[in-house]
Design a protein around this ligand. Structure first.
Ligand code: ASP
Length: 594
């Protein structure tokens, strides 16, 4: 603002922004500039809403006072860029919704700085433009207040992150984008090298190896707000390029990292949202799976899993008897669910994405009797045992699934979230933060018959499990952790291996030959020979963090120029083909499969 006023002495486009003028400014002369959002003609008056990034100010043109000017104003189209001079006056009919709604400008002079074609959709809070057209004209969509607010929020989060970490002596250091594969479990985007025929760079899936090298270089607190690239199939909360708050620390243990970054997230919530987060719960991976069937449980509500084998099996109901696990949840107040709701719930769990064969329920009636979907097999006494096991009371409903342990838990997790939504238990302004710790180090893949790193290959096994690496690798836990808020994984990291021999062993367990490990990660292995300090770190999904702060699920709304679900940028029309010449320069031949 001060800067804008300083311009007064020189060339001056505006003395104030369109979000700035209030009653206290009445009587002063101002110059404003901006876009014509809309014009209204009312008898002898023409009103224009003038918009810029800061807000909207109403301009008034009076036909009796200045006919020429008023006629000029009536010719202005939507999104024309104009500059006006005038006097701030008090409005007759005030608009309480608008911060500048108590004043308007009596315009004395008008300059058209640029005209505009009629925009393809209305550029107001509520727009008539569909998703696709708004993506194509993203630069126009970004003029709308809701998107502008999203980007402001993102900016604030970035600034507060930097402030907080700088305060703790973290250094922001940039790492390269043209690199070599980093194993984060996704496909790489690759870039052909013109100068090195037949060779390719990979874009980083994360700066993982570089931040570890920085620890070896002695920069013991590093962070970077950094773009990462992963060639994955897209969903609403995924983008092929996305931003992380990437962090690493040396001379730390897991506890130091958890405390430091709990501090960061707390700081973001207080400084940006004015919210004091409740205590972060800690839960092991095993416990999270057992109690909620998920490694990112939504702790805003209970409905914990109850293992029901004991009260359900050996009573002649085949579905239960054949199952490895009968798992139940008690939905408080769910006795009210209608037949239709229960049918929809059953359809939900039977969808291929969820994969259950069916859903069994038991309502506890107001008089304490039971009504279940399996009354044929279970009498009132047996159903009373179900209720006792789960603590169900009158007005509640029990929902049961059965199958092998892994599948039944996964399905019940989906159902729990579904019912949580149905009962309105997943409220936006309640935050339940937690750490999930003690992840397994490895994951066995049946398809390829080999182990994969659950986090990444640089993650350290728990020291007390080291001996199991040879005898029973599947049972080894890692010093790895995720921060989860409201069922959303906001960040994850681990304490790293800093010993060359252990890292070599890890690559072996993961099925790399010595040669492959050397070829892909030789630089890191060599670096470990020159005094690698103990270190560990974490990375947060920055777009996702912004979306959570904004109260939505879609990260796209928090990225200025995002891609659509097929990974396309509809505005610049990318990806696209390149010329034969470029292909030749890059030593590439494109052969399309027909
Ligand atoms: N590089 C990891 C990731 O992108 C985070 C970390 O381990 O620090 O998930």
């Amino acid at each position: 603002m001060r800067y804008l006023r300083a311009l007064k002495s020189g060339v001056m486009f505006r003395t104030h922004t369109n979000g700035e003028l209030r009653l206290e400014h009445v009587g002063i002369s101002v110059t404003l500039a901006g876009w014509v959002q809309r014009a209204r003609n009312m008898g002898g008056m023409t009103f224009i809403d003038l918009r810029d990034r800061y807000g909207i100010t109403q301009l008034g043109f009076n036909i009796e006072k200045n006919q020429d000017l008023c006629e000029q104003a009536r010719k202005l189209g939507r999104e024309f860029v104009i500059q006006i001079e005038g006097e701030v006056i008090e409005r007759e009919s005030k608009n309480k919704q608008l911060p500048t709604g108590e004043i308007e400008i009596e315009v004395k002079a008008l300059t058209v700085l640029n005209s505009s074609e009629v925009p393809p959709f209305t550029i107001e809070d509520e727009t008539d433009g569909g998703e696709e057209i708004r993506m194509k004209y993203r630069y126009l969509d970004l003029r709308r207040t809701p998107l502008r607010k999203n980007l402001e929020l993102r900016h604030q989060l970035a600034i507060e992150t930097r402030k907080f970490l700088d305060g703790l002596k973290f250094m922001e250091i940039e790492t390269p984008y043209l690199i070599k594969s980093t194993p984060e479990g996704a496909r790489d985007f690759v870039v052909p090298s013109r100068m090195n025929e037949g060779q390719f760079y990979a874009l980083p899936q994360s700066p993982q190896t570089f931040k570890q090298l920085l620890m070896i270089s002695g920069y013991d607190r590093y962070f970077q707000v950094v773009r990462c690239f992963r060639d994955e199939d897209l969903r609403a909360d995924r983008q092929p390029e996305f931003t992380q708050i990437d962090c690493e620390m040396a001379f730390v243990e897991q506890e130091d990292i958890l405390n430091t970054f709990e501090g960061l997230v707390r700081h973001l919530f207080t400084s940006v949202k004015g919210i004091d987060l409740p205590a972060f719960q800690r839960m092991t991976y095993a416990e999270a799976m057992e109690r909620f069937g998920s490694d990112k449980p939504d702790l805003r509500f209970g409905m914990e899993f109850v293992e029901m084998n004991e009260v359900c099996q050996n009573q002649g109901f085949q579905v239960f008897d054949d199952a490895e696990l009968v798992v139940g949840i008690c939905a408080e107040g769910g006795g009210e669910f209608t037949r239709k709701q229960l049918d929809a719930m059953t359809d939900f769990v039977k969808r291929p994405q969820v994969g259950a064969k069916g859903l069994i329920y038991c309502k506890v009636n107001e008089d304490g009797s039971f009504k279940s979907s399996v009354d044929k097999f279970f009498d009132q006494e047996k159903l009373a045992a179900w209720a006792a096991k789960t603590g169900a009371k009158a007005g509640d409903i029990l929902l049961l699934l059965a199958g092998d342990v892994h599948a039944a838990r996964k399905q019940m997790n989906e159902l729990r979230l579904y019912v949580g939504d149905l009962l309105g238990l997943r409220t936006k302004d309640v935050y339940a933060p937690m750490w999930v710790v003690d992840f397994p180090l490895l994951e066995w893949d049946e398809g390829t018959q080999r182990f994969y790193a659950m986090h990444h290959p640089f993650t350290s096994p728990k020291p007390e499990h080291m001996a199991l690496l040879d005898s029973d690798p599947a049972s080894v836990n890692a010093n790895a952790y995720d921060m989860v808020i409201n069922g959303v994984e906001l960040g994850g990291g681990s304490i790293r291996i800093h010993d060359q021999a252990l890292q070599a062993k890890m690559f072996k367990i993961l099925g790399f030959s010595d040669e492959e490990a050397q070829k892909q990660f030789g630089f890191l292995m060599s670096a470990f020979r020159y005094g690698a300090p103990p270190h560990g770190g974490i990375a947060f999904g920055f777009d996702r963090l912004a979306a959570m702060f904004g109260g939505t699920d879609s990260i796209r709304d928090y990225i200025a120029f995002p891609k659509n679900n097929s990974g396309r940028d509809l505005m610049i029309d990318s990806p696209s083909t390149i010329s034969q010449e470029q292909l030749k320069e890059l030593h590439l031949k494109v052969q399309l499969e027909s």
